[in-house]
Write a protein that binds this ligand. Structure first.
Ligand code: PYR
Length: 606
């Protein structure tokens, strides 16, 4: 059997990789009747970051999305991406939560569960695979592809054999960053096809511009399932266009049998849809071969860019991209995929922005070094471990074995706000945003973040970049060609004034929040706090949200004692007291959005 089968990622990974996971259900449903006619092997529609994005930004119930897609796609296998023991979140959940989540997703309409663990620690897949098999659904075991001194064909083949022995129905090479090259693909696919009897799928991203060549090599070497995305959401940090692969294989022994005209019609639909989401487009989603060195997956690059832009430090992007491989080496070469991409990426941002490596260490890096995410593939840098966790013992067993059951506790905590098992799981996945979502739903106040009108000519993302300025009757044409951060912290703008290049320095003294800021960052109060100017003024290295205030006014604290916890890029970092003394003023509360240089609390030395 030579036919090649397609999994289309248009409703999940494609928009996760290109527009920060913002595609709304209302833009999916109208085209579902056509998608359902295509004859895909499967459509990836759920999981990954979509659950979080539905709750956090779109104010959609992710379970409702699944129900509506199931109804609208009766003839198509629906697939989800499950992060092993992390499900659709960023931490390990105990087995009872894994069991309940998988059961509910299966009942809600998921046919195929693609299950991965960011460290390729297969102990973290066991509970999920068993739950999927228990629900009589298809369990697809993923091998997260990466390149490092401790990964090679033999390690991937051993992993594939183990996944087969664990009861998986198929395997996928999950090349989330687009690291595969055509000849490496041929070698890996041949080795896997020779060693295991399960169907093999290939999931690769077009980030380095190599994906179609990798597909072709994989197909030649015996792979019969590839992941693609409808062309309007294809290319760069997404996947190869479905239409192109269908055309490439037409009238060959590998013909997909799919109707190119129908796919093209679907492509035109999504081309129009994409225009609505212009505000989420990023400069970092095109072809970028640097991924071959920094290994940062597509979805992560745009997050990094947004984070640095918030900080006015987009010029640090290249430094961060260079720091990421160093942090990855220190942490024993984990493949970079959720949550390790966030763990490594956020630490790299901190290392660059604080000007000192590991001056601030995120809580997740500490947990990682304690073994709470599983076994890293390589050895850890001992001095980083010492700095982060001192002599705390490292756990060697399966991390979830140490976690007490949680479903009952979640049910009690969320009480009547949960009207179903799905609601309890929503709360279980993301207690803070899950509770807010359920509260707003109960109050009838759910409001999705606003979509800006499409940019007009001469504008970029709704912000003017070319304009005429008239001063004392003289008109000057001004075009902004770039911006960056000056070493003294001011904003540097490169502009053309009547065609002549100039540089302007801009010091922001106050800012009006944009509707998007208001909507996406609850409680944002940028610029309203005084600047940190004294040694006892506590500030943050990264913009983020206060998730815990650990001290009260009047309390005595020691130097280096944690006083606040900030969440940035989904990772938590403790902020410590710069000096010992008494907390005299608190300028923040839980839920506040904070930015560097702001005074968050004040400590007076005794
Ligand atoms: C996710 O975990 O969301 C990926 O896309 C890998």
């Amino acid at each position: 059997m030579s036919r090649v089968h397609i999994t289309d990622t248009i409703l999940r990974d494609a928009h996760q990789s290109l527009i920060a996971t913002r595609l709304r259900t209302e833009d999916m449903l109208p085209i579902c009747p056509e998608l359902d006619k295509v004859g895909y092997w499967s459509l990836e529609v759920w999981g990954g970051a979509t659950f979080d994005s539905c709750l956090r930004f779109l104010k959609e119930d992710p379970w409702q999305r699944l129900a509506r897609l199931r109804e609208a796609l009766p003839n198509t296998r629906l697939q989800m991406l499950l992060r092993g023991q992390n499900l659709v979140g960023y931490r390990h959940y105990p087995d009872d939560v894994v069991q309940a989540f998988v059961q509910q997703a299966a009942a809600g309409g998921i046919d195929v569960f693609r299950i991965f663990d960011a460290l390729n620690d297969l102990r973290n897949l066991r509970a999920a695979i068993e739950a999927v098999k228990g629900a009589d659904k298809h369990a697809q075991g993923a091998i997260c592809y990466t390149v490092s001194p401790v990964h090679n064909i033999a390690t991937f083949v051993a992993q594939a054999k183990e996944l087969e022995a664990m009861g998986c129905d198929s395997l996928v090479i999950k090349d989330m960053a687009g690291l595969l090259t055509p000849f490496a693909t041929a070698e890996l696919v041949s080795a896997l096809v020779d060693s295991v009897s399960l169907p093999l799928h290939l999931h690769t991203h077009s980030t380095a511009g190599l994906a179609s060549m990798c597909h072709l090599k994989a197909i030649e070497c015996g792979c019969r399932h590839i992941d693609t995305a409808i062309s309007a959401f294809a290319g760069g940090s997404s996947h190869e266009p479905t239409e192109s692969m269908v055309a490439a294989l037409k009238d060959t022994p590998f013909d997909t049998g799919l109707d190119l005209e129908l796919l093209q019609m679907i492509g035109f639909y999504f081309r129009d849809v994409r225009g609505k989401y212009a505000q989420f487009e990023s400069d970092y989603t095109g072809v970028d071969t640097r991924v071959q060195l920094n290994q940062v997956p597509g979805g992560m690059i745009s997050n990094l860019a947004n984070q640095l832009r918030d900080q006015g430090a987009l010029t640090a992007m290249n430094e961060v991209l260079a720091e990421i491989p160093r942090v990855r080496r220190d942490l024993g070469y984990p493949p970079l995929v959720t949550p390790t991409s966030q763990i490594v990426g956020t630490q790299a941002v901190l290392n660059v922005l604080t000007g000192e490596r590991y001056k601030n260490i995120t809580n997740e890096v500490k947990l990682y070094l304690e073994g709470r995410y599983g076994q890293p593939p390589g050895s850890i840098n001992g001095s980083v471990r010492q700095l982060a966790i001192g002599n705390t013992p490292v756990i060697e067993g399966r991390p979830a074995d140490l976690l007490p059951e949680e479903m009952e506790r979640f049910k009690q905590e969320i009480g009547d706000l949960a009207q179903s098992e799905e609601d309890v799981l929503t709360y279980a996945m993301f207690p803070e945003i899950g509770r807010t979502f359920l509260q707003e739903r109960a109050a009838g106040t759910l409001q999705p973040e606003p979509l800006n009108p499409p940019p007009e000519h001469g504008q970029k993302g709704g912000v003017p970049i070319e304009f005429n300025i008239t001063r004392h009757g003289e008109t000057y044409n001004v075009r902004v060609s770039g911006s960056g951060l000056h070493p003294d912290g001011q904003r540097l703008f490169h502009v053309y004034v009547d065609g002549l290049q100039e540089e302007l320095l801009l010091e922001t003294l106050s800012e009006a929040p944009t509707p998007q800021d208001e909507a996406t960052v609850p409680g944002k109060k940028t610029g309203s706090r005084p600047k940190a100017t004294a040694p006892g003024h506590v500030t943050t290295s990264m913009p983020g949200t206060i998730v815990e205030v650990l001290v009260e006014t009047g309390q005595q604290v020691a130097a280096k004692e944690p006083v606040l916890v900030v969440e940035a890029m989904k990772m938590e970092t403790e902020i410590v007291a710069p000096i010992g003394g008494k907390v005299t003023t608190l300028h923040v509360a839980k839920g506040d959005y904070v930015t560097p240089e702001e005074r968050l609390l004040e400590i007076e030395s005794n």
